[in-house]
Ligand binder design. Structure first.
Ligand SMILES: [Ca+2]
Ligand SMILES: [Ca+2]
Ligand SMILES: [Ca+2]
Ligand SMILES: [Ca+2]
Length: 141
């Protein structure tokens, strides 16, 4: 009995070690449905673990203003514009209400990472996403 418990504890511990860096994530962790590439649904499922949106939404109104983005992105502003293009805020703000709600946020991000616009994020495209969520990326929150 004792042995079983010890073994269980050990494997739980190993699992928690594995689970911790899931955020920094591998392509294969996101591509869960067996179809080629990361679809928008898979993207959203993977990205929702990132807390940037909630953390940056300082007035908690479910939408990010340009000022809230600036505050959240901090000194990575230049790299952020380089990645998404200078007009990213207006591009993402589909209903032009001067705020990016969660749907606009995921749509904007997804189409930015899908560089060849084929509605799938392939492994090479995933590289940028991995960088932005890794150490020193603006989504490493
Ligand atoms: Ca897939
Ligand atoms: Ca807000
Ligand atoms: Ca909007
Ligand atoms: Ca693509």
């Amino acid at each position: 009995m004792k042995t079983t418990i010890a073994r269980l504890t050990a494997s739980t511990f190993a699992l928690s070690l594995l689970a911790a860096p899931v955020m920094a994530a591998n392509y294969s962790d996101w591509d869960t449905d067996g179809t080629d590439g990361i679809s928008e649904t898979e993207f959203r499922a993977g990205f929702e673990k990132n807390e940037a949106f909630d953390r940056w939404d300082t007035d908690s109104n479910g939408s990010l203003s340009e000022a809230e983005f600036k505050e959240g992105i901090g000194d990575k502003e230049q790299a952020f514009s380089d990645r998404y293009g200078d007009g990213w805020f207006d591009d993402w703000d589909a209903n032009a209400d001067a705020g990016i709600d969660e749907n606009e946020y995921y749509d904007g991000l997804y189409s930015s990472y899908d560089e060849n616009n084929n509605d799938v994020i392939e492994e090479p495209e995933y590289g940028d996403l991995g960088d932005d969520m890794g150490d020193d990326g603006w989504f490493d929150v």
